[in-house]
Design a protein around this ligand. Sequence first.
Ligand SMILES: NC(=O)c1ccc[n+]([C@@H]2O[C@H](COP(=O)([O-])OP(=O)(O)OC[C@H]3O[C@@H](n4cnc5c(N)ncnc54)[C@H](OP(=O)(O)O)[C@@H]3O)[C@@H](O)[C@H]2O)c1
Length: 387
Amino acid sequence: MKRGIAILGSTGSVGTQALDVIDHLPDRFRVVALAAGRQVERLAQQACRHRPALLSVADRDAAAALQGILRAEAGDYRPEITWGEEGLLRAATHPESHLVLTSVVGAMGVEPTLAAIEAGKDIALANKETLVAAGELVMTAARSRGVNLIPVDSEHSAIFQSLSGADPGWVRRILLTASGGPFRGRKDLSGVTREEALRHPRWVMGAKITIDSATLMNKALEMIEAHWLFGVPMEKIEVIVHPESILHSAVEFCDGNVIAQLGPTDMRLPIQYALCYPERSPGFVEPLDLFAVGSLTFERPDEETFPSLSYARRAVTMGGTMPAVLNAANEVAVERFLAGEIPFTGIFQVVSGVMDRHDVVQRPDLAAIIAADRWARAVARKQVVRA
Ligand SMILES: NC(=O)c1ccc[n+]([C@@H]2O[C@H](COP(=O)([O-])OP(=O)(O)OC[C@H]3O[C@@H](n4cnc5c(N)ncnc54)[C@H](OP(=O)(O)O)[C@@H]3O)[C@@H](O)[C@H]2O)c1
């Protein structure tokens, strides 16, 4: 039987690559729902190709525009079109889906991911911000509903494959690799432009994660994601800069064995693994040529110039709502940097400034997480930044 798939964020970098994977494995998958924001032309093209029963977009205007395009171009295909938070929830819980790929960006993924888990769907999780903001709630819900949470992030896919169900107690260290971003080796980050920060040396991704990679905040968020996904304390998660991005992460076990996963720098590989899990299917990505790669190098991260990793450790140590606040403050700081409102180094100032002012709520429920997220966004928008 074909596996029914819903994609939240189908028009983005992960979403379009997931549809590419599905195009190559037409006998395995059936797309039942697609949700996107405002790229209605692209969504219409995807919808005409895959003919899902339900489409969702950011708001009523985008829904009307999508409706217009489909009326003109889609012949007898008449999907249901919804919008907003309600539409995203409908896509996340579509009755015909077995698996939901969460590839929206930011904490907007929390509620649809929880709804999908409650509806008993397996989750292919790209949206790391969901686990950062609400890790305990999401993991508890997934355990109690007995659903699989399969990571899409290449590093977490590598760790997942290296662990292959091992007892977390056997893990001595998780070696989380990082490309180092465009400013690796640079000590002075003043004057960094938007264009420089958006030029990632290895991966082509959405704007937010690309800026997060440049500040190392992406690795900070990934440390928290790994902490929740694999039940490993933060002090056992070590970040290693590996500029070639070939070894996607590794696990060192208590007996000293280190198991790593290697592969080409192509997100379609971990996406395919997550969609097919627990099976594997023949791949279509150009295989890894280790002779061409030649050598692999590893360095320690520069935590003085890039303080993001220390923010992640602090957020998890303080616990409760603090990781959600770290995440929300960072989302606003990245938006402000991309809008030309604050300098690159202002991102660090906004995040640490907002964390300094937060009164942590311990063992938060969803309402407390949403309230902390809103509070952090409001404070981050006003946070004054030194030039
Ligand atoms: N890109 C990567 O290689 C990569 C790798 C690992 C993990 N991730 C993680 O995967 C997630 C997605 O990253 P990305 O790079 O694919 O981001 P992206 O390219 O910016 O795509 C974001 C997606 O979210 C959609 N969206 C925005 N507002 C929406 C709304 N209100 N309702 C529904 N959908 C909405 C966008 O739709 P429109 O474009 O139509 O507005 C787009 O489809 C992030 O959490 C990121 O950290 C990404």
